[in-house]
Design a protein around this ligand. Structure first.
Ligand SMILES: Nc1ncnc2c1ncn2[C@@H]1O[C@H](COP(=O)(O)OP(=O)(O)O)[C@@H](O)[C@H]1O
Ligand SMILES: [Mg+2]
Length: 327
């Protein structure tokens, strides 16, 4: 094995799983470097959970290969299981027990003494801001608290790899942010995280690299910036001081940016989809040389929604509805 291979926490080649005629995972290649956050982004029904279930040895692949920390998920399943942790839609928390009782129970299952399990439970409940709810039954927790407890329970022993299946689906913005902070802390401490998400901004915020998955296939892969670059660099807004100067300004921008520009209903505003940031500086210089005064200027990043639309030709919302319709 080469050095670069040893740096990979997860590697899959041509991974396939079908359920009858449905090719849920249809030849997925992934390379996840150790110590990074990898985002698998796709709508409902794209094949995210099925991929995670194969990587965590819960489901056997029909074809292809998958290695986790260098171990083959089918041949060395035990080795893989010892090194990973999975949290997701089917958590093993006991609803009737309190947060602390759950932590102690899982700690005991992992071989901790009662005292050690309690101590670790205390540490994690405090770290995840659940100390006040430690004695409350989990069935009375909010969605956000539950999700945090779920992650806490899965890192009682620090895993080398943590699989998070849609860790923030259904959470309010504040709980989402808390979960994001937890994930960042874990990665700072050396854990590799593979997370699935339907949220474009979540992948954008957290992931070092992103695989966009649709109908069981990876349709794009790269950093968030690379994916964004595939739909252009963003939208330029320019506001001129004098409405009479707008037409001239539009001509100058068109020439400098080498793209079409749009004149909005606001008589002072011009917008353009920029293909290359380098052109923007020239556009501004050209406007200044023509003595056109600008009162406002902004260059926005394209959203990952736009990326998805460009890649699939459909907005994300439609894909979700379509997938739900198939169930
Ligand atoms: N156990 C199963 N039996 C039959 N079909 C399944 C099963 N699990 C998932 N599927 C189907 O496989 C496809 C991918 O599902 P899944 O991996 O759960 O997608 P995601 O997690 O991205 O929403 C869907 O069409 C789903 O209906
Ligand atoms: Mg899923």
């Amino acid at each position: 094995m080469s050095n670069s291979k040893e740096e990979l926490a997860i590697e899959t080649v041509g991974l396939v799983k079908h359920f009858g005629e449905n090719r849920a995972v249809d030849g997925v290649d992934l390379s996840v470097k150790k110590g990074t956050i990898y985002g698998v982004l796709g709508p409902n029904g794209a094949g995210k959970t099925t991929t995670i279930r194969m990587l965590t040895t819960l489901l056997k692949a029909d074809a292809g290969k998958a290695k986790v920390l260098g171990f083959d998920v089918s041949k060395d399943a035990d080795q893989v299981r010892q090194r990973i942790s999975l949290t997701g839609q089917f958590a093993s928390l006991d609803e009737d027990l309190s947060g602390m009782e759950n932590m102690v129970m899982i700690g005991r299952l992992l071989g901790f003494t009662r005292k050690e399990a309690k101590q670790r439970g205390q540490e994690l409940l405090t770290a995840f801001d659940l100390q006040d709810a430690a004695k409350r039954q989990v069935k009375n927790y909010s969605g956000g608290m539950r999700r945090r407890l779920d992650i806490a329970a899965s890192i009682i022993v620090s895993p080398e790899i943590l699989f998070l299946d849609e860790p923030t689906t259904g959470l309010d913005p504040r709980s989402r942010n808390q979960v994001w902070d937890i994930i960042r802390l874990l990665v700072d401490a050396g854990t590799t995280v593979l997370l699935t998400t339907q949220y474009l901004d979540e992948a954008d915020q957290l992931a070092d690299r992103i695989a966009v998955i649709d109908h069981g296939k990876v349709i794009a892969e790269g950093t968030s910036s690379e994916l964004k670059a595939s739909v252009g660099s963003g939208k330029l807004h320019v506001r001129v001081l004098d409405p009479e100067a707008r037409d001239d300004a539009a001509q100058i921008l068109k020439g400098a940016l080498e793209v079409d520009v749009q004149l909005g209903s606001d008589p002072l505003v011009i917008t353009a989809q920029v293909s290359d940031h380098k052109h923007v500086a020239r556009a501004l210089t050209d406007l200044a040389s023509a003595n056109i005064t600008i009162t406002d200027f902004s260059l926005g990043q394209p959203s990952l929604d736009e990326v998805f639309l460009t890649l699939t030709g459909k907005p994300v919302e439609d894909q979700v509805k379509e997938a739900e319709g198939n169930v």
